[in-house]
Design a protein. Sequence first.
Length: 265
Amino acid sequence: METAPPVMPEGEAPDVSPDTPPPARPRRRALRTAGLIAVAAIIGLVGGTAVGYGIQAQREPTALPPLNQPSLDHPRPLPKGQKAKPLPASEDRQAKAQGDLRKLLLPKPAGAKKDEFADRDGWMRVSTFASHFKGPGDALGYQLELGVRRIAITSWLTGADRRTEIRLIQYRAGDTLGAQDFVEDQQGYMSDEDFAGHEGTALKGSANGRYYVFPVDREAGYLDFYEARALFYRGDIAVEIFVGDSKKISEKDIRSLAEQQLGRL
């Protein structure tokens, strides 16, 4: 015969120890209720969004307010059937740079004498250019990395001993900015005592150009040697100007040469 479970007095709770797990059924019901609430919230959100799109699609489009700026009149469209005229070569810098680079060199001044050390055809080999540096091999490798393309050169003699030389070093278009890198590299040396020993003077009309007057170089048994240089670039062309003389070279002399050559580019 089965024994009936004891009846607890009303208002008293059963004696449950802290280790006794709570009844499983009430918690399962709570989890189920929370899941239903979450699903209902998602359905309500999706449904509300769909209804909102439906209402918006049925409405007439509303014009946007005008922009708070005047109309742009330039550039104006050309008349029908008319095409834009290309720039003349004299105004197209790219066309000038792709032509005969020697034509961009500053012409020899009136009365200038021929320089016996000048290149006959106005071109300088890259290997010859690299040979003017202390480490010709490294200089050649450096120029090839920068993408050197060609070098145009001119030089002349004026007065008793003054020699002027101008080089246009053109670089290929690519990932590197060859002309800029080369000029900035050379400008970095100018402040050294072995060169100008100062930062130089900014070249008017150029955001990057500078010109330098070196201190006199005196050595027993030789004539005094004065030197001035200008370094700048325009596009893919780097420019070097050298002036050497046994007499003093003024800032005006080297500045004037640099400004004239800059104007040619």
